[in-house]
Design a protein around this ligand. Structure first.
Ligand code: MRU
Length: 371
Protein backbone atom coordinates (compact mmCIF):
# COMPACT_ATOMS: atom_id res chain seq x y z
CA UNK A 1 0.00 0.00 0.00
CA UNK A 2 1.02 3.62 -0.31
CA UNK A 3 3.17 5.87 1.82
CA UNK A 4 3.34 9.36 0.31
CA UNK A 5 2.14 7.90 -2.96
CA UNK A 6 4.86 5.26 -3.05
CA UNK A 7 3.85 1.59 -2.79
CA UNK A 8 5.50 -0.40 0.00
CA UNK A 9 5.31 -3.82 1.54
CA UNK A 10 6.07 -4.35 5.23
CA UNK A 11 8.80 -6.90 4.49
CA UNK A 12 10.77 -7.57 1.32
CA UNK A 13 14.08 -9.18 0.33
CA UNK A 14 17.08 -6.88 0.38
CA UNK A 15 18.83 -6.55 -3.01
CA UNK A 16 21.84 -8.32 -1.42
CA UNK A 17 19.79 -11.55 -1.59
CA UNK A 18 20.82 -12.66 1.92
CA UNK A 19 18.74 -10.40 4.17
CA UNK A 20 15.34 -8.70 4.35
CA UNK A 21 14.13 -5.16 4.94
CA UNK A 22 11.21 -4.36 7.22
CA UNK A 23 9.37 -1.17 8.11
CA UNK A 24 10.27 -0.35 11.74
CA UNK A 25 6.79 -0.04 13.24
CA UNK A 26 8.09 1.18 16.61
CA UNK A 27 9.05 4.43 14.83
CA UNK A 28 5.63 5.05 13.25
CA UNK A 29 3.71 7.29 12.85
CA UNK A 30 6.31 10.03 13.31
CA UNK A 31 9.26 8.49 11.48
CA UNK A 32 9.37 6.10 8.53
CA UNK A 33 12.45 3.93 8.75
CA UNK A 34 13.46 0.66 7.17
CA UNK A 35 15.48 -1.87 9.13
CA UNK A 36 17.63 -4.64 7.68
CA UNK A 37 17.40 -8.10 9.25
CA UNK A 38 20.36 -10.32 8.42
CA UNK A 39 20.50 -12.89 11.26
CA UNK A 40 18.27 -15.16 13.31
CA UNK A 41 18.74 -12.94 16.35
CA UNK A 42 17.82 -9.78 14.47
CA UNK A 43 14.62 -11.43 13.23
CA UNK A 44 13.75 -12.71 16.72
CA UNK A 45 14.37 -9.29 18.29
CA UNK A 46 12.29 -7.60 15.57
CA UNK A 47 9.31 -9.82 16.43
CA UNK A 48 9.75 -9.65 20.22
CA UNK A 49 10.14 -5.87 20.35
CA UNK A 50 7.35 -5.34 17.81
CA UNK A 51 9.45 -3.70 15.14
CA UNK A 52 7.21 -6.02 13.14
CA UNK A 53 3.85 -7.10 14.55
CA UNK A 54 0.46 -8.35 13.44
CA UNK A 55 -0.18 -12.07 13.14
CA UNK A 56 0.46 -12.62 9.40
CA UNK A 57 3.55 -10.40 9.36
CA UNK A 58 4.98 -12.14 12.42
CA UNK A 59 4.60 -15.43 10.54
CA UNK A 60 6.38 -14.17 7.43
CA UNK A 61 9.19 -12.59 9.48
CA UNK A 62 9.68 -15.85 11.38
CA UNK A 63 9.87 -17.73 8.07
CA UNK A 64 12.61 -15.38 6.85
CA UNK A 65 14.26 -15.59 10.29
CA UNK A 66 14.55 -19.35 9.92
CA UNK A 67 16.09 -18.86 6.50
CA UNK A 68 18.60 -16.35 7.89
CA UNK A 69 19.54 -18.84 10.62
CA UNK A 70 20.58 -21.33 7.94
CA UNK A 71 23.46 -19.06 6.94
CA UNK A 72 25.06 -19.58 10.35
CA UNK A 73 24.08 -23.19 11.09
CA UNK A 74 22.23 -25.33 8.56
CA UNK A 75 22.44 -28.56 10.57
CA UNK A 76 19.36 -30.39 11.93
CA UNK A 77 20.19 -29.01 15.37
CA UNK A 78 20.50 -25.56 13.82
CA UNK A 79 16.96 -25.86 12.44
CA UNK A 80 15.62 -26.98 15.84
CA UNK A 81 17.41 -24.18 17.69
CA UNK A 82 16.21 -21.52 15.27
CA UNK A 83 12.61 -22.79 15.39
CA UNK A 84 12.71 -22.79 19.22
CA UNK A 85 14.16 -19.25 19.33
CA UNK A 86 11.60 -17.81 16.92
CA UNK A 87 8.64 -19.73 18.39
CA UNK A 88 9.43 -18.26 21.83
CA UNK A 89 9.18 -14.64 20.65
CA UNK A 90 5.40 -14.20 20.91
CA UNK A 91 2.92 -16.85 22.06
CA UNK A 92 -0.54 -15.90 20.80
CA UNK A 93 -0.47 -15.53 17.00
CA UNK A 94 -0.56 -19.04 15.55
CA UNK A 95 0.75 -17.84 12.18
CA UNK A 96 4.22 -17.82 13.75
CA UNK A 97 4.19 -21.56 14.51
CA UNK A 98 2.40 -22.34 11.26
CA UNK A 99 5.06 -20.58 9.18
CA UNK A 100 7.94 -22.14 11.13
CA UNK A 101 6.52 -25.64 10.75
CA UNK A 102 6.05 -25.12 7.02
CA UNK A 103 9.59 -23.85 6.39
CA UNK A 104 11.21 -26.41 8.74
CA UNK A 105 9.42 -29.31 7.01
CA UNK A 106 10.74 -28.01 3.70
CA UNK A 107 14.28 -27.65 5.00
CA UNK A 108 14.55 -31.19 6.25
CA UNK A 109 14.03 -32.46 2.70
CA UNK A 110 17.27 -30.95 1.37
CA UNK A 111 20.99 -31.07 2.11
CA UNK A 112 22.46 -28.45 4.47
CA UNK A 113 24.15 -26.47 1.69
CA UNK A 114 20.80 -25.99 -0.06
CA UNK A 115 18.90 -24.95 3.05
CA UNK A 116 19.33 -21.19 2.99
CA UNK A 117 18.10 -20.88 -0.61
CA UNK A 118 15.27 -23.29 0.03
CA UNK A 119 14.04 -21.49 3.16
CA UNK A 120 14.43 -18.01 1.69
CA UNK A 121 12.36 -19.04 -1.34
CA UNK A 122 9.70 -20.68 0.85
CA UNK A 123 9.46 -17.56 3.04
CA UNK A 124 8.96 -15.55 -0.15
CA UNK A 125 6.14 -17.88 -1.19
CA UNK A 126 4.47 -17.47 2.21
CA UNK A 127 4.71 -13.70 1.77
CA UNK A 128 3.16 -13.85 -1.71
CA UNK A 129 0.37 -16.13 -0.47
CA UNK A 130 -0.34 -13.69 2.34
CA UNK A 131 -0.73 -10.87 -0.16
CA UNK A 132 -3.09 -12.99 -2.29
CA UNK A 133 -5.12 -14.06 0.76
CA UNK A 134 -5.49 -10.51 1.99
CA UNK A 135 -6.51 -9.29 -1.45
CA UNK A 136 -9.21 -12.00 -1.59
CA UNK A 137 -10.37 -11.11 1.95
CA UNK A 138 -10.71 -7.57 0.64
CA UNK A 139 -12.88 -8.68 -2.28
CA UNK A 140 -15.21 -10.76 -0.09
CA UNK A 141 -15.43 -8.24 2.73
CA UNK A 142 -15.71 -5.33 0.31
CA UNK A 143 -19.02 -6.79 -0.89
CA UNK A 144 -20.38 -6.64 2.68
CA UNK A 145 -19.53 -2.92 2.81
CA UNK A 146 -20.99 -2.32 -0.67
CA UNK A 147 -24.24 -4.10 0.34
CA UNK A 148 -24.51 -1.95 3.46
CA UNK A 149 -24.00 1.14 1.32
CA UNK A 150 -26.87 0.04 -0.91
CA UNK A 151 -29.01 -0.64 2.17
CA UNK A 152 -28.34 2.93 3.28
CA UNK A 153 -29.79 4.14 -0.01
CA UNK A 154 -26.56 4.27 -2.05
CA UNK A 155 -26.19 7.46 -4.06
CA UNK A 156 -29.95 8.04 -3.74
CA UNK A 157 -29.59 8.02 0.03
CA UNK A 158 -27.16 10.94 -0.17
CA UNK A 159 -24.15 8.61 -0.50
CA UNK A 160 -23.85 8.28 3.24
CA UNK A 161 -20.59 6.54 4.07
CA UNK A 162 -20.57 3.09 5.62
CA UNK A 163 -19.01 3.51 9.06
CA UNK A 164 -16.68 0.67 10.03
CA UNK A 165 -15.26 0.39 13.53
CA UNK A 166 -11.96 -1.45 13.87
CA UNK A 167 -9.68 -2.30 16.78
CA UNK A 168 -5.88 -2.39 16.90
CA UNK A 169 -4.13 -2.55 13.55
CA UNK A 170 -5.21 -5.30 11.21
CA UNK A 171 -4.28 -3.32 8.15
CA UNK A 172 -1.45 -3.71 5.67
CA UNK A 173 1.11 -2.98 8.38
CA UNK A 174 0.00 -6.16 10.18
CA UNK A 175 0.40 -8.29 7.05
CA UNK A 176 2.67 -8.11 4.00
CA UNK A 177 0.17 -5.92 2.12
CA UNK A 178 -3.55 -5.02 2.11
CA UNK A 179 -4.31 -6.23 5.66
CA UNK A 180 -7.12 -8.39 6.93
CA UNK A 181 -9.75 -6.23 8.67
CA UNK A 182 -8.81 -3.22 6.57
CA UNK A 183 -8.60 -5.07 3.24
CA UNK A 184 -12.41 -4.82 2.77
CA UNK A 185 -12.17 -1.10 3.57
CA UNK A 186 -9.45 -0.58 0.95
CA UNK A 187 -11.42 -2.64 -1.59
CA UNK A 188 -14.60 -0.63 -0.98
CA UNK A 189 -12.68 2.66 -1.10
CA UNK A 190 -11.08 1.71 -4.43
CA UNK A 191 -14.50 0.82 -5.86
CA UNK A 192 -15.83 4.23 -4.92
CA UNK A 193 -18.02 3.04 -2.06
CA UNK A 194 -17.95 5.79 0.56
CA UNK A 195 -16.50 4.40 3.76
CA UNK A 196 -15.46 6.00 7.04
CA UNK A 197 -13.37 4.12 9.60
CA UNK A 198 -13.68 4.61 13.35
CA UNK A 199 -10.24 3.74 14.69
CA UNK A 200 -10.01 2.53 18.30
CA UNK A 201 -6.81 4.02 19.72
CA UNK A 202 -6.01 0.58 21.27
CA UNK A 203 -4.15 1.20 24.49
CA UNK A 204 -1.66 0.32 25.79
CA UNK A 205 0.49 0.29 22.64
CA UNK A 206 -1.89 2.45 20.60
CA UNK A 207 -1.66 0.45 17.38
CA UNK A 208 -4.92 2.05 16.26
CA UNK A 209 -3.92 5.65 16.91
CA UNK A 210 -0.36 5.17 15.64
CA UNK A 211 -0.58 2.59 12.86
CA UNK A 212 -4.16 2.25 11.60
CA UNK A 213 -4.57 6.02 11.46
CA UNK A 214 -1.19 6.32 9.71
CA UNK A 215 -2.00 3.81 7.00
CA UNK A 216 -5.56 5.03 6.38
CA UNK A 217 -4.27 8.59 6.11
CA UNK A 218 -1.51 7.43 3.74
CA UNK A 219 -4.11 5.83 1.52
CA UNK A 220 -6.63 8.66 1.68
CA UNK A 221 -9.37 6.73 3.49
CA UNK A 222 -11.60 8.95 5.68
CA UNK A 223 -11.27 8.00 9.34
CA UNK A 224 -11.64 9.25 12.91
CA UNK A 225 -9.57 8.07 15.88
CA UNK A 226 -11.68 7.41 18.97
CA UNK A 227 -10.82 6.60 22.56
CA UNK A 228 -11.06 2.89 23.28
CA UNK A 229 -14.13 3.35 25.45
CA UNK A 230 -16.15 5.34 22.89
CA UNK A 231 -17.26 2.45 20.68
CA UNK A 232 -20.20 1.24 22.78
CA UNK A 233 -21.67 4.72 23.01
CA UNK A 234 -21.33 5.27 19.26
CA UNK A 235 -22.97 1.92 18.53
CA UNK A 236 -25.91 2.79 20.83
CA UNK A 237 -26.42 5.97 18.84
CA UNK A 238 -26.47 4.34 15.41
CA UNK A 239 -23.09 5.73 14.40
CA UNK A 240 -21.47 2.38 13.56
CA UNK A 241 -22.68 0.26 10.62
CA UNK A 242 -20.36 -2.67 11.24
CA UNK A 243 -17.24 -3.75 13.11
CA UNK A 244 -14.40 -5.58 11.39
CA UNK A 245 -11.42 -6.84 13.39
CA UNK A 246 -8.48 -9.13 12.69
CA UNK A 247 -7.47 -12.27 14.53
CA UNK A 248 -4.27 -13.74 15.94
CA UNK A 249 -5.74 -17.18 16.45
CA UNK A 250 -9.13 -18.59 15.53
CA UNK A 251 -10.36 -21.92 16.86
CA UNK A 252 -12.00 -24.62 14.76
CA UNK A 253 -15.32 -23.59 16.32
CA UNK A 254 -14.90 -19.94 15.32
CA UNK A 255 -13.77 -18.30 18.56
CA UNK A 256 -11.58 -15.35 17.66
CA UNK A 257 -8.56 -14.13 19.62
CA UNK A 258 -7.51 -10.56 18.90
CA UNK A 259 -6.00 -7.52 20.60
CA UNK A 260 -7.18 -6.85 24.14
CA UNK A 261 -10.46 -4.93 24.09
CA UNK A 262 -11.89 -6.68 21.04
CA UNK A 263 -14.25 -8.75 23.23
CA UNK A 264 -15.78 -5.61 24.75
CA UNK A 265 -16.49 -4.25 21.27
CA UNK A 266 -18.13 -7.54 20.30
CA UNK A 267 -20.34 -7.41 23.41
CA UNK A 268 -21.41 -3.86 22.60
CA UNK A 269 -22.04 -4.80 18.96
CA UNK A 270 -24.14 -7.78 20.04
CA UNK A 271 -26.19 -5.65 22.42
CA UNK A 272 -26.83 -2.97 19.82
CA UNK A 273 -27.37 -5.24 16.78
CA UNK A 274 -24.27 -4.02 14.93
CA UNK A 275 -22.75 -6.77 12.69
CA UNK A 276 -19.36 -7.88 14.01
CA UNK A 277 -16.97 -9.59 11.56
CA UNK A 278 -13.49 -11.06 11.97
CA UNK A 279 -11.30 -11.05 8.85
CA UNK A 280 -8.49 -13.58 8.73
CA UNK A 281 -6.42 -15.78 6.42
CA UNK A 282 -6.34 -19.59 6.77
CA UNK A 283 -2.94 -19.37 8.49
CA UNK A 284 -4.67 -17.83 11.54
CA UNK A 285 -6.96 -20.81 12.09
CA UNK A 286 -5.73 -23.26 14.74
CA UNK A 287 -7.65 -26.42 13.83
CA UNK A 288 -6.35 -28.18 16.95
CA UNK A 289 -8.27 -25.87 19.32
CA UNK A 290 -11.98 -25.72 20.08
CA UNK A 291 -12.57 -23.40 23.03
CA UNK A 292 -10.65 -20.17 22.63
CA UNK A 293 -11.20 -18.85 26.16
CA UNK A 294 -9.60 -21.84 27.86
CA UNK A 295 -7.18 -23.01 25.17
CA UNK A 296 -5.53 -19.99 23.51
CA UNK A 297 -2.32 -18.79 25.22
CA UNK A 298 -2.63 -15.09 25.99
CA UNK A 299 0.55 -13.05 25.87
CA UNK A 300 1.26 -11.08 29.06
CA UNK A 301 3.41 -8.09 28.16
CA UNK A 302 5.62 -5.75 30.16
CA UNK A 303 3.66 -3.56 32.57
CA UNK A 304 5.74 -0.63 31.38
CA UNK A 305 3.49 -0.51 28.30
CA UNK A 306 0.66 0.44 30.69
CA UNK A 307 2.58 2.73 33.03
CA UNK A 308 4.39 4.72 30.34
CA UNK A 309 3.59 6.35 27.02
CA UNK A 310 5.94 7.61 24.34
CA UNK A 311 5.06 10.48 22.06
CA UNK A 312 6.25 13.52 20.15
CA UNK A 313 6.83 16.81 21.90
CA UNK A 314 5.90 20.22 20.51
CA UNK A 315 9.57 20.82 19.60
CA UNK A 316 9.65 17.63 17.49
CA UNK A 317 11.64 15.62 20.04
CA UNK A 318 10.36 12.41 21.62
CA UNK A 319 9.68 11.64 25.24
CA UNK A 320 8.49 8.74 27.33
CA UNK A 321 6.34 9.79 30.25
CA UNK A 322 4.84 8.00 33.23
CA UNK A 323 1.02 7.99 33.30
CA UNK A 324 0.17 5.68 36.22
CA UNK A 325 0.37 6.49 39.91
CA UNK A 326 3.87 5.32 40.93
CA UNK A 327 3.97 2.08 42.90
CA UNK A 328 0.61 0.69 41.71
CA UNK A 329 0.85 -2.83 40.34
CA UNK A 330 -0.24 -3.24 36.71
CA UNK A 331 -1.33 -6.13 34.50
CA UNK A 332 -0.99 -6.21 30.73
CA UNK A 333 -2.77 -9.10 28.99
CA UNK A 334 -2.29 -8.35 25.28
CA UNK A 335 -5.16 -10.32 23.74
CA UNK A 336 -8.66 -11.51 24.52
CA UNK A 337 -11.03 -14.06 23.05
CA UNK A 338 -14.37 -13.23 21.45
CA UNK A 339 -16.57 -16.34 21.55
CA UNK A 340 -18.06 -17.41 18.21
CA UNK A 341 -21.60 -16.59 19.40
CA UNK A 342 -20.72 -12.89 19.30
CA UNK A 343 -19.24 -13.01 15.79
CA UNK A 344 -21.62 -12.39 12.87
CA UNK A 345 -19.26 -13.92 10.32
CA UNK A 346 -15.68 -14.75 9.44
CA UNK A 347 -14.24 -13.23 6.27
CA UNK A 348 -11.52 -15.42 4.79
CA UNK A 349 -9.72 -15.65 1.46
CA UNK A 350 -12.23 -18.35 0.47
CA UNK A 351 -15.35 -16.35 1.31
CA UNK A 352 -17.52 -15.43 4.28
CA UNK A 353 -18.81 -18.06 6.69
CA UNK A 354 -20.59 -18.42 10.00
CA UNK A 355 -18.34 -18.35 13.04
CA UNK A 356 -18.83 -22.04 13.73
CA UNK A 357 -17.21 -25.40 13.02
CA UNK A 358 -19.80 -25.95 10.27
CA UNK A 359 -18.99 -22.60 8.72
CA UNK A 360 -15.21 -23.02 8.80
CA UNK A 361 -15.17 -26.66 7.68
CA UNK A 362 -17.60 -25.65 4.92
CA UNK A 363 -14.95 -23.29 3.55
CA UNK A 364 -12.04 -25.66 4.28
CA UNK A 365 -13.48 -29.18 3.66
CA UNK A 366 -9.98 -30.68 3.41
CA UNK A 367 -9.53 -29.85 7.11
CA UNK A 368 -12.59 -31.87 8.05
CA UNK A 369 -10.83 -34.99 6.74
CA UNK A 370 -7.69 -34.09 8.71
CA UNK A 371 -9.64 -33.43 11.95
O1 MRU B 1 0.24 -7.07 19.35
P1 MRU B 1 0.05 -6.90 17.87
O2 MRU B 1 0.17 -5.49 17.42
O3 MRU B 1 0.89 -7.85 17.08
O4 MRU B 1 -1.48 -7.32 17.68
C1 MRU B 1 -2.03 -7.28 16.39
C2 MRU B 1 -3.47 -7.61 16.39
O5 MRU B 1 -4.08 -7.86 17.40
C3 MRU B 1 -4.13 -7.69 15.05
O6 MRU B 1 -5.47 -7.31 15.14
C4 MRU B 1 -4.04 -9.15 14.60
O7 MRU B 1 -2.71 -9.55 14.55
C5 MRU B 1 -4.67 -9.37 13.30
S1 MRU B 1 -3.57 -8.83 12.05
C6 MRU B 1 -4.04 -8.86 10.55
Amino acid sequence: MNIDGQPYRTIFPDPDGVSVQVIDQTRLPFAFELKRLATLDEAAVAIRTMIVRGAPLIGVTAAYGLALAMRADASHDGIDRAVATLAATRPTAVNLRWALDRVAANLRQVAPDERFDRAFAEAGRIAEEDVASCRAIGAHGGRIIADLHKAKGGAKGGDKPVTVLTHCNAGWLATVDWGTALAPVYAAHEQGVPVHVLVDETRPRSQGAALTAFELHGHGVPHTVIADNAGGHLMQHGQVDLCIVGSDRTTARGDVCNKIGTYLKALAAHDTGVPFYAALPFSTIDWTLQDGVTEIPIEERDGREVTHMTGRLADGGFATIEVVSPGSPVANPAFDVTPARLVTGIITERGVCDASAEGLYGLYPERRKAA
